[in-house]
Design a binder for this molecule. Sequence first.
Ligand code: F6P
Length: 322
Amino acid sequence: MKKIAVLTSGGDSPGMNAAVRAVTRKAIYNNIEVYGVYQGYQGLLNDNIEKLELGSVGDTIQRGGTFLYSARCPEFKDADVRKKGIENLRKRDIEGLVVIGGDGSYRGAQRISEECKEIQTIGVPGTIDNDINGSDFTIGFDTALNTIIDSVDKIRDTASSHARTFIIEVMGRDCGDLALWAGLSVGAETIILPEVNVDIKDVAEKIDNGIKRGKKHSIVMVAEGCMSGEACAKELSKYINIDTRVSVLGHIQRGGSPSGADRVLASRLGGHAVELLLSGKTAVGVGIMNNELTDTPFDEIFNAKNQKFEHSIYNLAKELSI
Ligand code: F6P
C-alpha cells in the first residue's frame, strides 16, 4: 500500500483532529503517502483533496472540530454520484480510505469498498452520540459528556438558589448514552431516554416526593431522541405544579478541546485503522471493546445497532437517585 486518504464526515466531534493526526503519522511512519479529503464526501465529489505531511497535523491534537472540515452529503447515496468520488481517489492511485464519522459515514465507505475492489475502506467511530456498534466508546463522547457535566454543575447552582426543577435536553440522536452517563454523573433525579419506557406520571411523583422531603431542586436529564425538553416540561405540568425551566444544551456539546480519554482513544483507533489497511482488511469499523482494539465488518455494525445500551448503568443511576 503506497497511498491512502482520510476524511471526516457527519456531525463533527472533539478528537477528530487527533484521529486524523494518528492516521497521517502512522501512515507516514510506514512510508505511505496520505491525502486529506476536505469537507467529507462532499469534498470527495468536488475533488477537494490535498496531500498531508507530518507538519499538516502538527498543533491539532488539542483542537476541537476538524481541520479537514465535515459535511453531511445525502447525494453520496446515489451510485452515479459516488462514481465521481471513487474516480477522484482512483486517479491518484489511492488504495485505502479511512472514514472518521458515524453510522451514515460508514455506509458511504461500505459502498465504496463494494463498488471499487482496489480501494480498501476502514471506519473510525467519530461522533459524540456513542451509537456505533463494535466499539464501547466513540471519539468525542467523553468530551461531550464532560461538557454536559460542567454545564449542569453550573445550572445546579441557580436551580438550588431558586428551588427549581431543571429539565436538561441533551444530544445523542436516537441513542440515550449521553443522557445516561451524564445523568449518572450529575445525580439527576430522572433520566429519560429512548431505550427505556418511563411514565411521566412516575417522574412527577418522584419530583413531588423529593420536594416534600425538603429537596432544594431537581434535575431531569432528557435525551433528544426520546422527547424534547419542552415536551417533557409540558407533560410534567399535567401532574404537578412546580417552577420548571428547560435548558437545551445544543451544539455546545460538540465543541471544545478533546478530553484526555478522547485524545488517547482517537490516537489508538486512528493508528489501528492504518494497521488494518496494511493487513489487507476492508469494509470494517475499528473499535475498542474491553480496552482491546477490534475490527467489525460494517454489516455487523449496522445490524447490531443500539444493542449496546448498558441497562446496569441505568438501574444503578435509578438506585442512586431515590
Ligand atoms: O450526530 C451528532 C449530532 O450532534 C446529534 O447528537 C444531533 O442530533 C445531530 O448531530 C445534530 O446535527 P446537526 O449539527 O446537523 O444539526
